[in-house]
Design a protein around this ligand. Structure first.
Ligand SMILES: Nc1ncnc2c1ncn2[C@@H]1O[C@H](COP(=O)(O)OP(=O)(O)OP(=O)(O)O)[C@@H](O)[C@H]1O
Ligand SMILES: [Mg+2]
Length: 409
């Protein structure tokens, strides 16, 4: 296959990361990386279009400079409390042909019907991922095309987002002169970058803890089973340090990055009193502040999962592959051990898979979502932004086709 350029823009609360890559349809070669501080984004959502658009443009310009070429279109990350998801079921009867064989058109019809059910006019379907099909009650079918049967069922993991939030995001991207290829919910992107096939099959919990949001994805039986956003993450720890110790947010962030740890100070050999700038501070105080907030954050994430996901009676048995942490906050020393202790699940930091090109900087959990956007696109080449954005348009299309079929016009 001929190589082509693809782009990704990960619009986060603390940073915007743009990537330009070359692909032959299977592999990736990173040509350009541009990271810029985020602005006008709160808890994953655009709150100031002008500021956010400028930050996106800065990041795109930096990526184009390193790549020496323009980014034609980009896969964009979506997160924020406006994103919701559920596992939906749909059913149709197979009557379209004499042999009672499932045709690709039947699958399309089934997905279209289950897609347009109970959707509010202010929401768009971001993802409709078939988990499995059932043909005449036979479970666990991954591809029903060609099978014989009278009844076709599907269970999909469907993700919705607020159309207004998406349009605000789209304005910021358009201002940088980049076309939107498609939108991807952030934890699904991170999952593609750091999870292996065995983990997705056995059951695994991925949590991307960024600056403003913690993005959750549970995989089971080779597909996505649950996803959610908790609007709290690493910035909360920084705020606590600033408030608790009377520092500016900038200095508190610097302190956290330089000295922040969940490893008790007593267990650090001969740890001297830490010096941060001109101010001296006992390590115990910083440890206590970070420890309290990080524990609360992990408990909040687990609580959200248990509230939404009533089937998860025993996460340890249901998710034997354990927990994988990504996002910048996964770099906090001791977080994995804390998560392991609270959840009693095995836990690891998710480092993005190595790819060719100038990708050294991407081997950090903070870049899992950014790289994952490109990997997700390779695996879902046919999904396009215009199909994702407007459920009203999609419904209109469906009904106008139905009317045309009835009236013959
Ligand atoms: N070594 C570290 N120790 C503690 N926190 C860290 C470390 N490195 C990065 N962080 C924190 O990670 C957060 C940024 O993570 P990330 O880049 O994944 O966020 P984002 O994608 O911009 O935001 P979001 O996805 O929440 O919208 C910041 O709060 C930062 O302080
Ligand atoms: Mg992020």
């Amino acid at each position: 296959m001929k190589t082509q350029l693809i782009g990704a823009i990960d619009i986060g609360t603390t940073k915007i990361c743009s990537l330009i890559a070359e692909t032959d349809g299977t592999g990736l070669r990173i040509l350009g990386i541009g990271t810029a501080p985020s602005n006008g984004v709160q808890k994953g959502q655009v709150v100031n279009i002008g500021e956010a658009a400028q930050a996106v443009s800065n990041s795109v310009a930096a990526a184009e400079k390193t790549a020496g070429c323009r980014v034609p279109a980009a896969v964009i990350s979506v997160t924020g409390k406006h994103v919701t998801s559920d596992n939906k079921r749909g059913v149709i009867s197979i009557t379209s042909n004499r042999k009672q064989t499932v045709l690709p058109g039947d699958v399309r019809r089934l997905l279209q019907i289950s897609r347009s059910e109970n959707i509010s006019p202010d929401q768009a379907v971001l993802h409709q991922i078939p988990r499995y099909y059932r043909v005449d009650g036979q479970d666990g079918v991954k591809d029903p095309v060609g099978m014989h049967g009278y009844r076709l069922d599907v269970e999909t993991h469907t993700v919705w987002a607020s159309i207004n939030a998406i349009e605000n995001l789209a304005k910021c991207v358009s201002a940088s002169g980049v076309k939107i290829d498609c939108l991807v919910f952030e934890p699904l992107a991170s999952g593609e970058a750091v999870l292996n096939e065995d983990e997705k099959r056995d059951g695994v919990l991925l949590v991307d803890i960024g600056g403003g949001t913690s993005n959750i994805a549970v995989y089971k039986d080779d597909s996505i089973f649950y996803s959610a956003v908790v609007p709290a993450a690493g910035n909360q720890i920084t705020k606590d340090i600033a408030m608790g110790l009377g520092y500016s947010p900038e200095f508190a962030e610097e302190l956290k990055l330089r000295h922040g740890s969940l490893i008790p100070p007593a267990s650090l050999p001969n740890k001297p009193r830490q010096k941060a700038g001109e101010q001296e501070m006992p390590p115990g105080e910083l440890f206590d502040i970070i420890n309290i907030r990080a524990e609360e954050l992990i408990r909040l994430i687990i609580l959200q999962i248990k509230n939404d996901f009533k089937d998860l009676i025993d996460p340890v048995t249901f998710l034997p592959a354990g927990m994988v942490l990504t996002g910048g906050t996964a770099n906090l020393p001791g977080l994995v051990e804390m998560a392991q202790q609270i959840t009693c699940m095995p836990c690891r930091v998710g480092y993005p898979a190595r790819v060719a090109g100038i990708a050294d900087d991407l081997c950090d959990p903070a870049y899992a979502a950014s790289l994952g956007l490109l990997i997700w696109k390779l695996q879902n080449p046919d999904i396009r932004y215009h199909q994702q954005v407007s459920p009203a348009k999609a419904r209109k299309g469906f009904f106008s086709r139905l009317m045309r079929a009835i009236t013959g016009k």
